[in-house]
Design a protein around this ligand. Structure first.
Ligand code: FAD
Length: 412
């Protein structure tokens, strides 16, 4: 079998004739596709998936470039999880390539493992001092622990202070400023805690039990996930054009906080479930202003050599305008005579054509801004928000798959 695809023209031609689906899912990333599959299979619902991009897979979409390298169009994605349920669930739709991602920081021309770990200390300090630091770290936090840099910086011990200052200056400060336009103290602590100092000699970027890459790529995984007789996928179609909302008060102005009371699908009342994984501000015509995001520009380069980097990703923490370079053939294991790399340049999101909102900027003000949008939908029992955009937060892929499975459990 293969996925039932409609393009925008086919959809427009058919939408008058075909019966409304039981479920409308907006977005064909992990959040939308997992819920779509579950409702189609477990509840035997007919599901229409609307995707505004010309492809499925959301931000994990990958494709073969002109040189045959499997590249990730929206930034490198490495799968890792501690959830057996998520791993087993996705394993129904893909086999895995065993891959343990490694990242190094280029610190003044030297490659140092990131997260900064006991090996990194030995590469950065002279032998006697490094040994003292290693012992002190293990005594203070215990072997195997993960220490957020902000916590390490609060240590009074002079040796640990020296270590914290070095890591802060050389690994976090420049990178965070480039990535967020802010210092590490100004970003939410959950952001810097994502890359802690690791009290271990493990040079892998992730320590999760299950790690790897989908053997034939993410797009192939999604092709299998969405391949179900009850699912129709319509790409190139912005749901904002066909999903609209009514309030009980006919005189309400579009800038107001009056909650919606009904969903219209193609201008007709829709009582089925709507799973929405896109941004809420966009769905409401930005009536309270844009939710702030950081975006990224990517530059791809193909080079006539087997490898240019020592491992999957190099972070540029003290130099360059880009934050990091990823070399895809490390991730995919492809044996080619060419290689493709991707440089990442962070920038602010201004909703320009072609720009993608990548990272929600987490702080109290933005949270309240998001909650104001969310409150508009509070009266709609059949409208469900799930996903990194719809929930205005950061999710790893495994977290969003888990969250989508839990929503499907509720709805089934
Ligand atoms: C640069 C980068 C690297 C990352 N690397 C990793 C990694 O290595 N490992 C990891 O676990 N996680 C990683 N992540 C996180 C991962 O991308 C997310 O967990 C995942 O994409 C979330 O899935 P989603 O379905 O919520 O969102 P998305 O994948 O963004 O899917 C949402 C979809 O909805 C569509 N959509 C939005 N609005 C509409 C509309 N109005 N109509 C129709 N369609 C619409 C969008 O086009 C999109 O396809 C990374 C994130 C970034 C930004």
């Amino acid at each position: 079998m293969s996925i039932k695809f409609l393009d925008r023209t086919e959809y427009t031609a058919l939408s008058e004739a075909i019966p409304a689906p039981d479920v409308v899912v907006v977005g064909a990333g992990f959040a939308g596709s997992v819920v779509a599959r579950e409702l189609a299979q477990r509840s035997n619902k007919t599901v229409l998936v609307l995707e505004k991009r010309p492809h499925i897979g959301g931000n994990t979409y990958d494709h073969l470039d002109a040189s045959g390298v499997l590249v990730h169009d929206y930034g490198p994605h490495i799968f890792h999880t501690e959830s057996q349920r998520v791993f087993e669930y996705l394993s129904r739709f893909t086999e895995w390539r065993d891959y343990q991602h490694q990242v190094v920081a280029n610190i003044h021309g030297r490659y140092i493992p990131v997260p900064f770990n006991l090996n990194s200390i030995e590469l950065s300090f002279e032998q006697y001092k490094a040994q003292q630091m290693v012992e002190k770290l293990i005594d203070t936090y215990g072997e195997g622990s993960k220490v957020p840099i902000i916590e390490l910086r609060n240590q009074a011990d002079p040796l640990l202070t020296q270590l914290a200052d070095y890591v802060y200056e050389n690994v976090f400060l420049g990178y965070t400023k480039k990535q967020w336009g802010l210092t590490p103290e100004e970003v939410d602590p959950s952001v810097t805690a994502r890359v802690p100092v690791l009290v271990a000699r493990d040079n892998r970027y992730f320590q999760d039990t299950w790690q790897g890459m989908p053997l034939n790529g993410y797009t192939a995984l999604f092709e299998s996930l969405l391949d179900h007789e009850n699912i129709t996928v319509c790409t190139d179609l912005d749901a904002c054009q066909i999903l609209t909302f009514e309030t009980g008060n006919q005189n309400a102005q579009s800038g107001e906080d009056e909650p919606f009371t009904a969903i219209l699908f193609n201008d007709r009342p829709f009582e089925g479930e709507v799973i929405y994984t896109g941004p809420l501000d966009e769905l409401c015509n930005n009536r309270f202003g844009l939710l702030p995001y950081r975006s990224l520009d990517f530059i791809f380069k193909t080079l006539p050599v087997k490898h240019v980097l020592p491992c999957g990703t190099v972070n540029y923490t003290v130099s360059e305008d880009y934050t990091r370079i990823t070399e895809f053939t490390w991730l995919t294991g492809q044996e080619l005579d060419v290689t493709t790399i991707m440089e990442e340049y962070p920038c602010s999101f201004e909703a320009l054509a072609g720009q993608t909102p990548y990272y929600a900027i987490i702080n109290d003000e933005n949270h309240s801004h998001y909650q104001r949008y969310l409150a508009l939908f509070s009266g709609l029992a059949n409208f469900h928000v799930v996903g990194r955009l719809a929930e205005y937060r950061y999710y790893n892929m495994d977290h969003i798959v888990k969250r989508a499975l839990e929503l499907a459990d509720e709805l089934c």
